[in-house]
Design a protein around this ligand. Structure first.
Ligand code: CP
Ligand code: NVA
Length: 306
């Protein structure tokens, strides 16, 4: 496999189609136990938002590679006391081998990457969640045996997960449909980028019609209606998003073999019903597990681990 040694992953668009394919292949092989990678390196986790899956899956992945992890909670570092990011980046660059950052403003990631030579991984920003989508693609590949030509429908808020799904699906040839209420569409620049990446090879559809979007889809995907930092908007969004709830009715319109994905954490009874989340088409726990496998492959590749 081509190594991604020394590179950053700030956006899925930082990777090309063959790099995504190779990462997924490595993740599948590591998951199956047919390939092992080792590295004695240090990962820093600089998270300004809550996290269960990303924090733990990165930590476990790094331990399994033979490396170590430092949790750089901003509340116990000088970051929360206003030390400039450009100073923090240059200092951490001298200690760490790689860093995963969860932040609000995507510009923070760019700034950090500009001032640090070590690989910088986007562990979620308000714009993108690339590591999540690597795990999602691994899950779809496991379920359908391939990615190109599969149709994936995302229902709900045109948020960071929707943005990265657009890019990830376009890269691997998945037909992607994003159904959101009017005014909650994904980032217009990301949509343009996805259309350019797909280059006619797969369909990119942005719609306000959840029924048309769900029809015949092989993957139905949803995420919370109010992301971290938008908690105060949750009540006003509830009625607007109700028609986009992933429930039995919408699921019945999809392909018979369809699977259900959710990046988690879920607000059951809002964007997804209990019945669908617990139903036999749900693959959300495999999807969550795959965060670790996909990120282990990513870490191994960015660190050039043998
Ligand atoms: N899906 C995801 O990123 O979960 P966490 O917020 O728990 O990391
Ligand atoms: N869109 C959600 C994803 C959480 C993993 C958020 O940003 O809160």
């Amino acid at each position: 496999m081509e190594t991604l040694k020394g590179r950053d992953l700030l956006s899925l668009a930082d990777l090309n189609a063959s790099e995504v394919g190779e990462l997924l292949e490595l993740a599948a092989q590591m998951k199956a136990g047919t390939v092992h990678r080792r590295c004695n390196k240090i990962l820093g986790l600089l998270f300004s938002k809550a996290s269960t899956r990303t924090r733990v899956s990165f930590t476990v992945a790094m331990y399994q590679l033979g490396g170590q992890v430092i949790d750089l909670n901003p509340n116990v570092t000088q970051v929360s006391r206003g030390e400039p990011l450009i100073d923090t980046a240059r200092v951490l660059d001298r200690y760490l081998d790689i860093v995963a950052i969860r932040t609000f403003d995507p510009k923070d990631l760019e700034t950090f990457a500009d001032y640090a030579k070590i690989p910088v991984i986007n562990a979620l920003s308000d714009r993108e969640h690339p590591c999540q989508i690597l795990a999602d693609l691994l899950t779809v590949q496991e379920c359908f045996g391939s990615l190109a030509g599969v149709t994936l429908t995302y229902l709900g808020d045109g948020n960071n997960v929707a943005n990265s799904l657009l890019l990830g699906c376009a890269l691997v040839g998945i037909n992607v449909r994003i159904a959101t209420p009017s005014g909650y569409e994904p980032d217009a620049e990301v949509v343009q980028q996805a259309v350019a990446i797909a280059n006619g090879g797969s369909e990119v559809t942005i719609t306000t019609d959840p029924i048309a979007a769900a029809k015949g889809a092989q993957v139905l995907y949803t995420d919370v209606w109010a992301s971290m930092g938008q908690e105060n908007l949750a009540d006003q969004r509830m009625p607007v998003f109700q028609p986009y709830q992933l429930n039995d009715e919408l699921l019945s319109l999809s392909d018979k073999t369809a699977i259900v994905l959710h990046c988690l954490p879920a607000h059951r009874g809002e964007e997804i019903t209990d019945a669908v989340m617990e139903g036999n088409q749900s693959r959300v726990w495999d999807q969550a597990e795959n965060r670790m496998h996909a990120q282990k492959a990513l870490l191994a590749s960015l660190l050039g681990a043998d």
